[in-house]
Design a protein around this ligand. Structure first.
Ligand SMILES: *Cc1c(COP(=O)(O)O)cnc(C)c1O
Length: 358
């Protein structure tokens, strides 16, 4: 399918942010966006790149009432030689389709998703920041647009992609976070929507996150919703524990989002000869090993920050410091390696980097 291009008059294009280091995440958007429509019987059609603009949706659009909406998040990196690349984008296109399937929404051909981003970045490539660590965040999204009050999968959908420059996450070095174990509230449940990147999961995370913030914590540690015993995720990131010389992460049980960074961390650690185990880990084991000193590191993984070391955990009103609140060796090595691969400074032995011919 062709994508038509309606570019903004060059005189009307917006100035790029001057201070790349102080961009607030998710507030500045590039000049153009991509849109495509879906109608039952007709399929996907009218792929178009247009100036960044407000959407026109009916007040009865089903996404506004029943939450049928999914998204993805990935970044474009500018290498020192000027080339622009993506990190394992196929993983995002495939996950987008798995989310769509789970939410009874139409899938989009993965080659088309790739082409769409390529065409959009061709027009907005000057929006990809130049400093190492900063990048252009890409947000593909799909929403149900059919105007209809009544619960069932919609017949009409809108797919769109917006992008915006973001700063390096750790401009002043790693900053270990304090996390709060939520016992009263849960994010998702096995058999629920946790494995889909769908809007409802973020809505259900807000209340506990606000409580944690008021108490002075950065993130919530989510426990499984059935027994409130096993660790699921932290905030909107996956979680890893280093106990002794073993790296442990909860298995993809249905309530956990299968992160691209999670997968990359596991591959790298295994490649380095580290024993990596996917298994359930109880909050009791986390607290016991934190107390005994066997817990050497805890860190979260996700596209936005890559690696976020955890310095302290609050559980039932008691604080537990992890490895004296210092950044662990594995967290640092994984961060340096993944960032190095993303910016072309380290060898890409797994073939994760996708160069854009733009
Ligand atoms: C997006 C997301 C992650 C991280 O996935 P990445 O592909 O590594 O960015 C983890 N948990 C949740 C709930 C998420 O939404």
């Amino acid at each position: 399918m062709d994508i038509s291009v309606h570019a903004l008059d060059p005189a009307k294009r917006h100035p790029k942010p001057k201070d790349e280091k102080n961009l607030v995440f998710g507030r500045v958007f590039s000049d153009h966006m991509l849109m495509m429509d879906f109608a039952k019987g007709k399929g996907w059609h009218n792929g178009r790149i247009v100036p960044y603009q407000l959407l026109e949706v009916a007040p009865a659009a089903m996404v506004l009432h029943y939450g049928q909406g999914i998204f993805e998040g990935l970044k474009a990196y500018r290498w020192p030689n000027g080339k622009i690349c993506l990190f394992r984008p196929d993983q995002n296109w495939e996950r987008f389709n798995r989310s769509a399937h789970r939410m009874c929404m139409p899938e989009i051909d993965t080659a088309f998703q790739m082409l769409a981003v390529e065409q959009l970045l061709k027009l907005d490539k000057d929006w990809v920041p130049h400093s190492v660590g900063s990048s252009l965040y890409i947000r593909p999204t799909m929403i149900a647009t059919e105007p209809h009050l009544g619960v069932r999968p919609a017949d009409d959908y809108l797919y769109f992609i917006i992008t915006g420059p973001v700063a390096a996450y750790y401009a002043e070095g790693f900053n270990p976070v304090k996390i709060y174990v939520a016992e009263e509230y849960v994010r998702t449940v096995r058999g629920g929507l946790g494995e889909a990147k769908t809007m409802a999961n973020y809505a259900s995370s807000l209340y506990a996150a606000e409580i944690a913030k008021k108490k002075g914590f950065t993130q919530v540690l989510w426990l499984d919703a059935v027994e409130r015993r096993y660790v699921d995720e932290v905030g909107t990131s996956n979680i890893f524990f280093r106990i002794g010389e073993e790296l442990i992460t909860p298995p993809l049980s249905g309530s956990i989002l299968p992160g691209v960074t999670r997968n990359s961390v596991m591959d790298l650690a295994m490649h380095w000869g580290i024993k990596v185990t996917e298994r359930q880990i109880s909050i009791d084991e986390v607290i016991e090993t934190a107390k005994s000193g066997e817990m050497k590191e805890i860190f979260a993984t996700g596209t936005a920050a890559v690696i976020s070391p955890v310095g302290e955990i609050s559980y039932r009103d008691r604080m537990h410091r992890i490895a004296d609140g210092k950044v662990g060796e594995w967290a640092r090595n994984l961060y340096d390696e993944i960032l190095g691969i993303q910016y072309g400074e380290r060898e890409d032995i797994f073939g994760w980097v996708k160069h854009l011919d733009i």
